[in-house]
Design a protein around this ligand. Sequence first.
Ligand code: DC
Length: 230
Amino acid sequence: MTSPRPQVVALDGPAGSGKSTVAKQLAQRLGWAHLDTGAMYRAVTWQAMQRGIPPGDGAAVAALAEAAHIELDPGTGRVTIDGADVTAPIRTQAVDAGVSVVAAIAEVRRVMRRHQRAFASRVGRVVAEGRDMGTRVFPDAILKVFLVATVEERVRRRVAELRAKGAGVDPEAVRKALVERDRQDASRDEDPLRPAGDAVEVDTTGRTPAQVVDQILALVTSRVLPSETA
Ligand code: DC
């Protein structure tokens, strides 16, 4: 029987800290759903750009977010907004450049929070990744992890990811964009990027995703009954 209160593992951290890979693999190993909340902010940003709305137009973007129907497939990670499959287009450098501005809009965050909590209640058990999972959206998470890695390592990962997609990449431009996105995410008024007081910090620098997942898995199993993780 699914408990009325969702069980959540909250994974937060800056861009390139390894959240997505780790969250996906951890969810798979646990047999829990995966919630990529960055994808939701990206989908809103993509739709605003499609409609010619500047990311800084708070009122217009908030209205768009309120009206939009965003779906995240907990199994495949496919992302749709109003029926359009945006799984690939939300990962472009253009969306990277606008998403922190959109994510700083309080009203957009309120709408996203509502969707994120509804998703968790629907699926029951979830590995949720983002910036404010432990601090704001799921303060009762059974485990809060804050992932970190050096800037060099985070840039290297992002460059590899973009190159794998065939994009032309200037590593220095990637570094600047990443540092700027962190600055914006950490300095905004609304739910800035920071570890929750009760979060466990995990450094992913120089480690494989499997090593990090094993470490987190051990923390999860120490906090829930072994029979509940199967
Ligand atoms: O994890 P990501 O790079 O896909 O996130 C995209 C942006 O969305 C990121 O720059 C900050 C924002 N974000 C947020 O503010 N809160 C979240 N819970 C998730 C992402």
